[in-house]
Design a protein around this ligand. Structure first.
Ligand SMILES: [Fe+2]
Ligand SMILES: [Fe+2]
Length: 484
């Protein structure tokens, strides 16, 4: 078993891979010439102050779902970023759209080249962006366990960039090489060369933001990868399927990170005899993050992430679906004709001064559908958070805000909607929005708690320890050996 797993990935080339790069000289050369620029980018924009630290990381060494990773101490710049595609399925057929039932494409059909390139570049751009956003977090890590987790997420986002760059260089020739170079030039939040999507240009100033980001924004990534994993362009599908195995850990980091924060807050409230969650001053005096502030952070990150799904109604989205290029979440499990020529889908719209649900052509409402699936996926996580609160006996419930709240893109971009879904005027918004979104004071308070804790097994005041260690390591395991 072990032997076959390791054989499936070639580690003899500079770039570990299971795509036979050793015999694909042209692509190997393109990737090797891209490599130094990537390392420069990683040294400039990767985790600041920890490039010499020994980090207990998992590295993908196989695509066997039963045992694809190994754990060991690695210095991040020496991480083996590989190109790993999920195994090829025999006789795979295009599962949706105009070409439904035809054999999948091993090469790009000329007519869909521009469409595919755009999707690959947009996906690729998000990967390094989050590394850039998170580069300062090591300095304020609440524990070595958490520090290791952010670094794990970072190296894997780096690998996802490699995954997209491979597709660009292998299938898009010179344009692909140019796009691959551009991916190393844009910078999150840069005024002149920003990353392509809004949420990826926001700052990640503290660990609560990081955990909210991995819960909400990496989950958008999961939804996008899930729909690209359906693609009729088989190499893209296989790449995305393998990325999803890594992505699951990113969402675990977010969900448990916020969950542990909630746990700690509730336990501290109980211990101090504080019954009222809105007694913010008293709760904050305990060195924990009050639940109303957690709700505001959630409102912010959820609304920013909803914008990533684009406009509810989109002919672009309809075209990529009909072309067989990008499918729906769990396409195979949906009970319909997978072509949607005559189908409708209910879309929330702003009509005649009211928010209404209106049946629209299902094809143009593809983004809306994916966003709804995303909302349901987020809600399941919130339910688990609320269970943590319930168990401690604190009376508080976290809720997703209305989809019209705080939006920059789509139906609700020009109106103001409260988290409860009520249309409000500008005066009300100005008066109440500091109750709905984190204020500068909230950010300052959270920032004040961000003190680095590096003693193995110890945690900052505001977050509970995890229930189990990474790779089943004991509580006092030294996940990061910080260089002297
Ligand atoms: Fe990623
Ligand atoms: Fe991710």
């Amino acid at each position: 078993m072990e032997a076959t797993m390791i054989e499936s990935v070639d580690y003899t080339t500079k770039i570990p891979n299971n795509v036979n790069l050793a015999e694909d000289r042209q692509v190997l050369r393109a990737l090797e010439s891209w490599h130094p620029g990537y390392i420069d980018w990683w040294m400039d924009m990767g985790p600041e102050g920890f490039q010499d630290a020994e980090v207990y990381l998992r590295t993908a060494i196989s695509v066997d779902p039963k045992g694809w990773a190994k754990f060991d101490y690695v210095k991040m710049p020496e991480y083996r970023w590989g190109i790993l595609l999920a195994p090829k399925e025999d006789d795979r057929k295009i599962p949706f759209g105009r070409h439904k039932g035809e054999p999948v494409w091993q090469d790009i059909p000329g007519e869909y080249r521009a469409m595919l390139r755009r999707l690959v570049v947009i996906q690729g751009d998000t990967e390094p962006a989050s590394v850039e956003q998170q580069r300062h977090l090591g300095k304020t890590a609440p524990s070595l366990y958490d520090m290791r987790n952010v670094f794990q997420v970072n190296v894997e986002e780096g690998r996802h960039l490699w995954a997209m760059v491979y597709i660009l260089q292998k299938y898009f020739g010179r344009d692909g090489r140019e796009e691959a170079a551009e991916l190393l030039k844009r910078r999150s939040g840069d005024a002149d060369k920003p990353r392509m999507l809004g949420a990826f240009n926001e700052a990640t100033p503290d660990w609560l933001s990081f955990h909210m980001f991995t819960f909400f924004t990496d989950r958008d990534g999961k939804m996008q990868l899930e729909s690209l994993a359906q693609s009729g362009f088989d190499p893209l599908s296989r790449t995305c399927r393998f990325m999803l195995t890594e992505e699951a850990h990113h969402m675990f980091v977010g969900e448990t990170g916020v969950g542990r924060t909630i746990q700690r807050t509730c336990e501290a409230m109980k211990a101090a005899g504080i019954e009222d969650p809105s007694d913010i001053g008293k709760v904050r005096d305990l060195g924990v993050i009050d639940l109303p502030t957690l709700q505001k952070k959630l409102n912010l990150h959820y609304s920013l992430s909803l914008d990533l799904f684009g406009s509810e109604m989109s002919t672009n989205a309809a075209n990529t679906f009909t072309a067989g290029v990008k499918g729906r979440f769990q396409e195979a499990k949906i009970d319909d004709d997978h072509q949607l020529e005559n189908a409708t889908y209910p879309v929330l719209k702003f009509v005649d001064g009211e928010i209404k649900r209106i049946d629209e052509p299902a094809l143009t409402a593809i983004n809306m559908r994916l966003r709804d699936d995303y909302t349901a996926d987020c809600q399941r996580g919130l339910d688990r958070w609320n269970k943590i609160i319930d168990k401690t006996g604190v009376g508080f419930k976290l809720e997703l805000p209305h989809v019209g709240f705080h939006r920059e893109i789509g139906e609700f971009k020009d109106v103001k909607v409260s988290p409860a879904g009520k249309l409000v005027d500008d005066a009300t918004w100005t008066r109440d929005s500091s109750q709905w979104l984190p204020s500068k004071d909230d950010g300052d308070f959270i920032g004040s708690l961000m003190q680095r804790v590096v003693e193995p097994g110890k945690f900052a005041s505001w977050i509970a320890p995890p229930r189990v260690g990474i790779d089943n390591k004991p509580g006092d395991f030294e996940y990061v050996k910080i260089a002297a």
